[in-house]
Design a protein around this ligand. Structure first.
Ligand SMILES: O=c1[nH]c(=O)c2nc[nH]c2[nH]1
Length: 484
């Protein structure tokens, strides 16, 4: 990083991301992914979190009385100032969701795509909106709202695309810092294909502006405790060969993550083949030629990858963001998640707003289940095992996503040493009708009658849950959303 004058990750000294958090003791039911196919249920458990937001103890079968005599005295850092948060019966703590692909700048367009497909959707809906966010008041309005909305749906980490505009991209980073959402922030690089009013003028300008955004983040959060800059070539058709070469070199020099799109739509793939004839009809090879397929690269969509391309992605240890809502909405296709997983490729979920119509990773999870069933129903492919289970899509939404953004040691699960990025989920327990008419908490769409197993409650949440079930959200131990 030295040659571009950026503070290095070892400089330290940021105060902005260190919230004056208290030590916390959480009590109740905790659920998280143990493996791809298995959730772990910890009932009557206690989890202690220090003032930096790190989990320091996980203790099953521990009520408040037991915690006071066992956990608290053992942990010298726990002062009288410890905040105690008890989940109500029926509520559970679950790792925050990780949205591995979304365009913050496109949030006002969620649900607006008509019958378009990728290339005409970009021209009709997307580029004009993104360009308009060079107005900082407009960017402030849109970015504040998308952060608030995604937090309210339990998204504790988001891999954001902003726009080509430097001040607006930096504003997105600042707003994530102040709102407490963990984020990867990418200034969009594109020097061709877009309209003349929305293009980097040259590869050199694109590179300079990208470095300015990286520098901004590293000045505000030198240790990348909450915000990480991410190199963002929009997609191969929008980036000239010289630009991709520069960005590949930048990725190598800085060891920063990269995000882009791949093999989303058949017309897009044909365009890539015509623009990069040397890549032998391989979209993945185009990125590889320029050093952009790294172990820290997030490839969104990957709907139509060939066997050879998937092997290359696996070899490079690049990651895939599966965006089922978007793939259905703008008619891109059905990504074969089981096939990717079988190859050993790490997969997470992306809402891909606004190709995707929803800010909810839970919606992406249930859509992933349904798309996997369509793959299963395809003629000649009726493989039962193509189906994704509730447990598997929750893994993709948490631990899988954590691997995709390179933070699997920090987030995605509830283990000692990990950071407390967690949502408190509450489902409506059907009780006395009269009492219910008196009001009380918002019900939401999930009704629990009392005879369901915990596995059934979780399935009901996945298929019918929404932000009304997300009662509280913490990032690094800081409360960042509370439903009133
Ligand atoms: O879903 C998508 N959204 C975008 O903004 C985009 N740009 C290139 N390719 C894209 N795909």
């Amino acid at each position: 990083m030295g040659d571009i004058g950026m503070p290095t990750a070892t400089l330290g000294g940021s105060t902005e991301t260190k919230s004056p958090s208290r030590n916390k003791l959480f009590l109740g039911t905790f659920i998280h992914s143990k493996t791809l196919t298995e959730l772990e249920y910890l009932h009557n458990a206690a989890v202690a979190v220090n003032s930096l937001g790190t989990i320091v103890a996980v203790s099953p079968d521990t009520d408040l009385a037991k915690a006071q005599t066992t956990i608290l005295p053992q942990l010298s850092w726990l002062s009288e100032d410890t905040e105690i948060i008890v989940a109500k019966p029926g509520q559970f703590f679950f790792p925050g969701f990780i949205d591995t692909h979304l365009h913050a700048s496109q949030y006002p367009n969620v649900g607006l795509f008509g019958n378009s497909t990728l290339l005409d959707w970009l021209n009709t809906y997307t580029f004009p909106l993104e360009a308009s966010l060079s107005s900082l008041p407009k960017a402030q309005k849109v970015y504040s709202r998308v952060i608030r909305k995604t937090l309210s749906h339990g998204t504790t980490t988001a891999a954001y695309y902003a726009t080509i505009d430097v001040p607006a991209t930096n504003l997105l980073a600042d707003l994530c810092l102040s709102s407490g959402q963990r984020a990867l922030i990418g200034r969009v690089c594109m020097d061709q294909l877009g309209p003349s009013y929305y293009l980097d003028e040259s590869p050199a300008e694109s590179l300079t502006k990208t470095k300015q955004c990286i520098e901004h983040v590293l000045t505000k959060d030198p240790k990348m405790e909450l915000i990480t800059p991410i190199i963002t070539p929009r997609f191969a058709p929008a980036c000239s060969a010289p630009l991709m070469k520069e960005l590949g070199q930048l990725a190598k020099e800085t060891d920063l993550p990269v995000q882009t799109h791949i093999s989303e739509n058949k017309n897009e793939i044909a365009l890539v083949a015509s623009l990069f004839p040397d890549a032998g009809d391989s979209y993945a090879e185009v990125y590889d030629m320029f050093g952009l397929l790294t172990p820290k690269t997030i490839l969104a969509h990957a709907v139509h990858l060939t066997e050879k391309e998937a092997d290359l992605v696996r070899e490079r240890r690049s990651k895939v963001s599966h965006c089922p809502c978007s793939n259905s909405a703008i008619t891109s296709g059905a990504a074969r998640v089981r096939w990717l997983l079988d190859k050993g490729i790490e997969v997470g979920l992306g809402t891909d707003m606004s190709g995707g119509y929803s800010p909810s990773v839970l919606e992406a999870a249930r859509h992933a289940v349904l798309v996997s069933r369509h793959i299963c129903m395809d003629e000649g492919r009726s493989e039962e095992r193509d189906k994704l289970s509730v447990e598997e899509v929750l893994y993709l939404a948490t631990r899988g996503g954590a691997k995709v953004v390179g933070m699997e040691r920090k987030i995605g699960g509830l283990e000692v040493g990990m950071e407390w990025d967690v949502q408190l989920v509450g489902l409506h327990e059907v009780g006395d009708e009269e009492e219910e008419e008196d009001g009380g908490e918002e019900e939401g769409n999930v009704d629990v009658f009392g005879w369901e197993s915990w596995e059934e409650k979780v399935a009901k949440w996945v298929y019918n849950g929404d932000d009304r079930n997300t009662k509280k959200v913490w990032v690094r131990g800081r409360l960042v959303h509370e439903r009133r």
